[in-house]
Design a protein around this ligand. Structure first.
Ligand SMILES: Nc1ncnc2c1ncn2[C@@H]1O[C@H](COP(=O)(O)OP(=O)(O)OP(=O)(O)O)[C@@H](O)[C@H]1O
Ligand SMILES: [Mg+2]
Length: 310
């Protein structure tokens, strides 16, 4: 039995969102609307970016996978830290007709509006990405000193917090002291403790499924004077997932989700500046399949709103 989604299930969100809702922010992947004074409506689209450029085509079902994963993790980490999620039910979004309900099913999150901390709380358990570049230059990552002799993709003895700024384009590394100065000592200490505990919880859940959590980014907000987990959690968009079978220190492991797309783009001679090339439908289908696989592997089921093709 093959799993898949039909082309009509693609939602890119570019032609306007649900009627009557004011768009407050549109990221590379998600659109955020005001629901009321206390709540926001997050809609995960099927947009996909590679090399920081959003492709013109979407990956059918991708937004539903991201929503299902975040919802799964909010539930799994509730005992570690409270979070912003109120509901993922499309029926709880007021004023949608049946067409909009069908389109948005599995893509919505009603969340409590918090005041985001001006820091992205990155935790790394392995040396990868910008961390590897930083390590090669400074033998540290974001000012955290590390042992000599680590290779690309080496596992760190203890996971480390490597905070960054929140920028529209490229986030910049922060030392712990710089992050502490931005948010205050009490918030910093709490966010550090919680971020490391969340990373540990993530690895405990993922490793039995053969998935390594190389690194991941959390966002926290302040709500009623308390630290709460906001944004998305432990999704392929916020994390580097590696299949354990192909992990080998010294080599750059393929990431679980977008590697197929990146590899294909590399064959096209594209200069990585917009506009991106038109994507091959076979590649789109393979990437879609990969997202569904990740979702099933982690949550044990397909996301809400994705039909099984027979
Ligand atoms: N509960 C919340 N209350 C207020 N703001 C939130 C909440 N949860 C998330 N946010 C904010 O919403 C924004 C989500 O934006 P999103 O991640 O979709 O796009 P982006 O960060 O601009 O770009 P990218 O697509 O590269 O991530 C972030 O600024 C995040 O801090
Ligand atoms: Mg973001």
């Amino acid at each position: 039995m093959a799993t898949g989604t039909s082309a009509t299930d693609i939602y890119l969100g570019r032609t306007g969102g649900p009627p009557g809702y004011a768009l407050v922010h549109s990221g590379k992947v998600r659109d955020i609307y005001t629901l009321d004074g206390e709540h926001l409506l997050f809609v995960a689209t099927d947009r996909v970016s590679a090399f920081d450029v959003v492709m013109r085509e979407g990956i059918p079902g991708k937004g539903r996978v991201l929503s299902a994963l975040s919802a799964f993790w909010f539930e799994k980490t509730r005992d570690v830290v409270p979070n912003h999620l109120v509901s993922t039910r499309v029926e709880d979004v007021p004023g949608l007709d049946s067409g909009w309900r069908a389109r948005l099913r599995g893509r919505v999150q009603i969340v409590r509006r918090a005041t985001p901390t001006p820091v992205e709380w990155v935790v790394r358990g392995y040396v990868a990405g910008s961390g590897w570049k930083d390590y090669q230059r400074t033998r540290s990552i974001c000012g955290v000193a590390l042992p000599v002799g680590l290779q690309h993709a080496s596992r760190l003895e203890t996971p480390i917090l490597t905070p960054t700024t929140k920028e529209a384009a490229h986030d910049l590394p922060l030392t712990h002291d710089e992050a502490r100065a931005k948010v205050g000592a009490a918030t910093f200490d709490e966010a550090q403790r919680v971020a490391l505990a969340l990373y540990r919880r993530g690895t405990e859940v993922l490793e039995p499924h053969g998935i390594l959590l190389a690194d991941t980014k959390f966002e926290f907000g302040i709500l009623d004077g308390r630290l709460v987990l906001i944004d998305e959690v432990l999704t392929p968009d916020s994390s580097r997932f590696w299949p354990r079978e192909t992990w080998k220190p010294g080599e750059n492991p393929p990431s679980y989700d977008k590697q197929i797309l990146r590899d294909w783009l590399e064959t096209t001679g594209w200069n990585k500046e917009p506009p991106p090339p038109a994507l091959d439908p076979a590649v789109l289908a393979r990437v879609a399949q990969r997202y569904l696989e990740i979702c099933q592997r982690i949550t044990g089921r397909l996301p809400e709103g994705v039909e099984v093709a027979r």
